[in-house]
Design a protein around this ligand. Structure first.
Ligand code: KG4
Ligand code: ZN
Length: 338
């Protein structure tokens, strides 16, 4: 059977990305234009600037994705695009572009949930992986424990009640003067710090063992920083980074292992930008190994935002018959499974 080629577009936050993916599994190209340098000037993502940059970048990024894959638009079978969740102005650029391309080239259009894409990133490198499985999704906007019951079908077991794990890492990074993007800076600084230097509570939600709460953990660190400033002390950035990172990791690992044990799951699938964190990967690897479980996680380039993951999710949505119409819209707060 001929390959099904998906041209995928992703512009939900600060990366403009396009990819060509065959049969939901094989990446033919994966182009990412990062806006990190621009937003670093402001200490975080400025939505209006992100939208403008997407407009500048999107055509060259799509052309590069087709060129690198060695295919023409005529050879593409499906156009997939992230239509939520994310920044509305940023999402709109990708959605408008994908609609225009699909309409002009006479191709089916499929809207994709960004977080479903993050989970599907695992299909790009693990050909044997098929749902159902337990997944831990840790990104800048989401922290979920979920079961992917079938392609595109999720049962949410738990979610964060306040900050997402990535958001909390970003806020602590900013407070301690490490700046944007926080997660990778915390990871680097933590290498030379002591994980037990600063007391950080391990957040939990009473009677909801799969839900997360990172905001109290973050506040504990902010209080330590304020107290140090008022008493004329300086806390080492490395110690703050190592202590907070360890606390976040401990919570993520313990919640995921509890769910795996309760459900009798022998596989755990990790997804989202925070999944790029080496210390988290190592801790989960070790926890899984000691319980005879297998950990699946994408390579770092497929953990953070990219379009190849949208190409995989788009393929499986298309295979199940999903077709969007020309009124497909950006939905900033799109729910998983909606
Ligand atoms: O999935 P993602 O790229 O975008 C969203 O969908 O939100 O996740 C971005 C989040 C940010 O909070 C960023 O600080 C975090 O992922 N992140 C990391 C690392 N790389 C990205 N956190 C910890 N360690 C990393 N290496
Ligand atoms: Zn993301």
């Amino acid at each position: 059977m001929a390959d099904t080629l998906v041209l995928a577009v992703e512009s939900s936050c600060d990366e403009t990305a396009a990819a060509v993916v065959a049969n939901g599994r094989t990446v033919l190209s994966n182009i990412i234009s990062s806006q990190i340098a621009l937003h670093t000037l402001y200490g975080g993502v400025v939505p209006e600037l992100a939208s403008r940059k997407h407009i500048e970048n999107i055509n060259p990024v799509i052309e590069a994705a087709l060129r690198e894959a060695g295919v023409s638009l005529a050879q593409i079978d499906v156009v997939a695009v992230t239509n939520g969740p994310g920044l509305v102005g940023a999402l709109l650029v990708g959605v408008a572009e994908a609609k225009a391309i699909a309409w002009a080239a006479g191709k089916p259009l499929v809207g994709v949930h960004h977080i479903e894409g993050h989970v599907c990133a695992n299909f790009l490198e693990h050909p044997e992986l098929e749902p159902p499985f337990l997944c831990l999704i840790v990104s800048g906007g989401h922290t979920h424990l979920a079961v992917m019951k079938d392609y595109g079908e999720f049962e949410i077991l738990g979610r964060t009640r306040d900050d997402a794990a990535g958001e909390a890492l970003d806020k602590v990074a900013r407070a301690v003067g490490l700046g944007y993007p926080g997660g990778p800076k915390i990871e680097k600084a933590a290498l030379s710090g002591r994980p037990d230097a600063i007391p950080v509570p391990r957040g939990k939600v009473d009677d909801h063992p799969y839900d997360f709460s990172f905001s109290g953990m973050k506040s504990a660190v902010l209080n330590e920083l304020n107290h140090a400033a008022m008493t004329g002390q300086t806390l080492s950035q490395a110690d703050v980074a190592a202590s907070f990172q360890q606390a976040v990791i401990d919570v993520l690992v313990s919640h995921a292992m509890r769910a795996a044990q309760d459900l009798g799951e022998k596989r755990l699938v990790l997804a989202g930008g925070v999944a790029a964190n080496k210390a988290l990967r190592a801790a989960l690897e070790q926890a899984c190994r000691s319980r005879g479980m297998t950990l699946y996680r994408p390579s770092p380039v497929y953990c953070t935002d990219n379009a190849a993951m949208i190409g995989s999710a788009g393929y499986y949505r298309w295979k199940k018959g999903r077709r969007d119409r020309w009124d497909l819209n950006a939905v900033p707060a799109l729910q998983l499974g909606e």
